[in-house]
Every structure is written in structure tokens, then in C-alpha cells.
Unconditional design. Structure first.
Length: 255
């Protein structure tokens, strides 16, 4: 019932805007970590077409659940393959209309510029590093960045030692804001997030083998929309992906 209420509330906010605009519109649900890069892509696309692309950003988990309960997304850009697989299993997304387009790295960052960079996180005692300070990350049960963070810490045998110091956020950008607002001293976020704020210091990069691959699938949901199809093709083309690369993402080889 709560999920249904959320979808209905979402509809009251979005659908009136769709109705009053003369341009054809495409609604894109996208992982919070893609915001700056996708905003740049959309700005260029909107300027050269008669279509308006409307992004909705949030945790991939939250967005996937909204789509499952009927939110009218035309395209879904997720930071997590399993959530897309879930929608494929529900026959909401078709596998043939999904492409893995981006990858990312998981990094440990801080506001404390005096902390030395760590070459190998595997040899780090996180309890000594954090001392009594808190560390922010996405919700470890559902938010992709949080899931990857817990996986990495468990692989390094550090999770149990610091789990009580973890502040969980509803998406990776919220975790980043906890750090920027000095509510915590450390955070685990994506490399693309850290790149946006030069005042933050990356003190360590988690090896890829410590967590599941960080892959961003893009899915065309509304196959009946010509405008959605055109933007989807634009989104996954190599020239567009170079924009994401400028924002710190890695380009994934297409399936």
C-alpha cells in the first residue's frame, strides 16, 4: 500500500507537467550517481530536438520499485544489474532492449586533507583509520553503492569491526552530502561522485574483485514511443558515452 501511495503521489507531480507541455516528452528514471553527466547529455539533446527529456533521479532500488508499481518511466538507467534483471523477470523490461553502457569504481573519500592516501586497502585496519568517526554509504540492503560498499568491506574482513559506525543513506548522493556537510569524516562512493568535488580527497580505491561489478544498464521500457526509442539510441551511442567518461565513468563494452 505504501508503494502504491508513492506511485500515485509521483503521478500527481509528474503527469500534469507532461500534459501542459507542447513538446513530446520522454521520462527517464536514472541512478542518482548519473545526475551531472546525464543532465549534460539531456541539455544537449533537448537543444537540438523537438523532444523534452525529463529525468527523475534516485536510488536504483527505489526507482525500480516505482517502475514495478506502475510509474510511467520510458527509460531506466540503473547503477545495478540485479534490479534490471528483476524488472525483466516481471516482464516490464525486455532483455533485448537493455545495454550495459557504463562502469564505475568504488572509492574511500574524506574531508580531512591530512590523511595519507592508501595504496592497498586490503592491508588497512579500518577501525584504526576511522577511530571514533562515522562513515557514510548507501543503504547496504538496497542501494547499489551501499551493497557494493558492504561487499567490499566484508571481503576485506572489516565490516564487523566498523558496522556500528556506518551512516546509511537513501542514495549515494545523499551519502556524499553527509560528508560535504561534515556530518561524517569518511564516505564510500563512486569515483564519478568523488570527481565532482575537488575539495574531497580520495584516499583509497577498492579493487574490483572485492565487490560485484559496478555496471550501469540502460533499458528502453516504452518500446511504443518513437521519441523514447530515439533518445535511447542517442544515450547508448559512443559519442554520448564520452560525455559520461568526462564525468568519471568508465565505458562498458556493449553486449
Amino acid at each position: 500500500m505504501i508503494n502504491l501511495i508513492k506511485v500515485l503521489l509521483f503521478a500527481t507531480l509528474i503527469i500534469p507537467n507532461l500534459a501542459i507541455c507542447e513538446k513530446a516528452q520522454v521520462l527517464v528514471f536514472a541512478a542518482a550517481s548519473t545526475k551531472n553527466a546525464l543532465d549534460a547529455v539531456i541539455k544537449d539533446y533537448n537543444a537540438h530536438t523537438n523532444t523534452e527529456i525529463l529525468p527523475v533521479y534516485g536510488s536504483s532500488a527505489t526507482l525500480a520499485k516505482q517502475i514495478e508499481f506502475g510509474a510511467p518511466a520510458d527509460i531506466f538507467l540503473s547503477a545495478n544489474v540485479p534490479w534490471v534483471d528483476h524488472l525483466i523477470e516481471q516482464d516490464i523490461i525486455q532483455a533485448r532492449n537493455t545495454k550495459n553502457i557504463l562502469k564505475n569504481k568504488l572509492v574511500l573519500i574524506t574531508t580531512d586533507q591530512t590523511i595519507q592516501e592508501i595504496e592497498d586497502l586490503a592491508s588497512t585496519d579500518f577501525s584504526k583509520l576511522l577511530q571514533n568517526e562515522k562513515i557514510a554509504m548507501g543503504m547496504v540492503s538496497s542501494v547499489p553503492a551501499g551493497i557494493y560498499s558492504k561487499q567490499a568491506l566484508k571481503y576485506l574482513n572489516q565490516w564487523n569491526a566498523i558496522s556500528s559506525q556506518v551512516i546509511q543513506a537513501d542514495n549515494v548522493r545523499t551519502a556524499l552530502q553527509y560528508l560535504l556537510s561534515r556530518n561524517v569524516v569518511f564516505a564510500i562512493v563512486y569515483a564519478s561522485d568523488a570527481k565532482l568535488f575537488p575539495e574531497l580527497k580520495v584516499i583509497g580505491i577498492f579493487d574490483d574483485f572485492t565487490h560485484d561489478p559496478i555496471v550501469y544498464p540502460a533499458s528502453l521500457i516504452n518500446i511504443g514511443s518513437e521519441e523514447a526509442d530515439l533518445f535511447f539510441k542517442y544515450l547508448v551511442q559512443s559519442e554520448t558515452l564520452k560525455v559520461f567518461e568526462e564525468y568519471g565513468f568508465l565505458i562498458s563494452a556493449h553486449d
